[in-house]
Ligand binder design. Structure first.
Ligand SMILES: Nc1ncnc2c1ncn2[C@@H]1O[C@H](COP(=O)(O)OP(=O)(O)OP(=O)(O)O)[C@@H](O)[C@H]1O
Ligand SMILES: CC(C)(CO)[C@@H](O)C(=O)[O-]
Ligand code: BAL
Length: 280
């Protein structure tokens, strides 16, 4: 397995692979890999000739310095996991070669980035779309695979690709969970054992809303209230938002008439977790 740090080298390598007619797949990550990331690699592997994974903790998308400084970093183990899951090439640039002196361009998607996580994390999605555009332009991928755990991110990237006529197929894959329902996330590493237990309030809230929706409940306020009750009833959990949105446009919904998604963000101590689930 090849490891490339330089964006210029990366692009030269990809250009050659493309000229040889190879289909390139990319799994973008910030490292600290877990079974969620690996499921994306396993999905992409049979669909491309060259499978790349990127590992880059992107400073542009962090709204808090302590979050960036404390982000889990397990690079050597990440490389072993990539190799074991059929990755041909890891692209691991550093902030200096991704954003050299004088860098001043950004990509931003409009309305869809204002609500949900965009409301609480200033500049986050602009940081994500800017780096993803750079990753796509450097790795020259035909296919890129993202997780539904970061549902707004997935939809925002798909919007960017459509709006800017980019030639990349962006596929979303289901959230991988622990047996008890907790969505895998690199930031779970920050949870104390007590916080880990309490973190189950996210998936329990979604499950409750889902079961009410299955039983015919279509009112946003009722479904949100029931989910909020579970979070508020969990000592030490602090709700950031619970929202129901149109699964495609991410516009808030009052009545569940079209495909809808409940999305939520909850703090456990200093750790912010997100989760989401379809309601129909
Ligand atoms: N549990 C999961 N199941 C499937 N895909 C996931 C899961 N967790 C993360 N991913 C996906 O992996 C890709 C890289 O995500 P990232 O490296 O930020 O990991 P993460 O676990 O989401 O970390 P954190 O949310 O703590 O930053 C994204 O497309 C993300 O949606
Ligand atoms: C897509 C991404 C790799 C961009 O830095 C990041 O937001 C992530 O890991 O989900
Ligand atoms: N997993 C999405 C990237 C972030 O939280 O910054």
């Amino acid at each position: 397995m090849l490891v490339i740090n330089s964006p210029l080298e990366m692009r030269a390598y990809s250009l050659k692979a493309r000229q040889e007619g190879k289909r390139i797949g990319l799994v973008p990550t910030m490292g600290a890999l877990h079974a969620g990331h690996l499921s994306l690699m396993d999905y992409a592997r049979p669909q491309c000739d060259l499978l790349a994974a990127s590992i880059f903790v992107n400073p542009l998308q962090f709204d808090r310095e302590d979050d960036l400084a404390g982000y889990p970093r397990t690079f050597e183990r990440d490389l072993e996991l990539c190799e074991a899951h059929g990755v041909d090439l890891v692209f691991a640039p550093n902030p200096e070669n991704m954003y050299p002196e004088g860098f001043q361009t950004s990509v931003s998607v409009g309305e869809m980035t204002k609500g949900l996580c965009g409301a609480g994390r200033d500049g986050h999605f602009q940081g994500v779309t800017t780096v993803v555009m750079k990753l796509f332009n450097t790795v020259l991928c035909d296919l890129a695979v993202f997780g539904e755990k970061d549902y707004q991110q997935l939809r925002v990237i798909q919007r960017m690709v459509r709006d800017l006529d980019m030639l990349v197929e962006v596929v979303g894959r289901p959230t991988v969970r622990e047996e008890d329902g907790l969505a895998l996330s690199s930031r779970n590493k920050h949870l104390s054992p007590e916080e880990r237990d309490k973190a189950l309030c996210l998936s329990r809230a979604l499950k409750k809303a889902r079961s009410l929706a299955d039983a015919g409940e279509t009112s946003r306020s009722r479904l949100v209230a029931e989910a909020e009750e579970i979070i508020r009833g969990t000592d030490g959990a602090k709700m950031e938002y619970v929202e129901i949105v149109d699964s495609q446009s991410l516009a808030p919904m009052q009545k569940i008439t079209k495909p809808a998604r409940m999305c939520l963000a909850v703090w456990l101590g200093d750790t912010r977790l997100i989760d989401n689930a379809p309601l129909n």
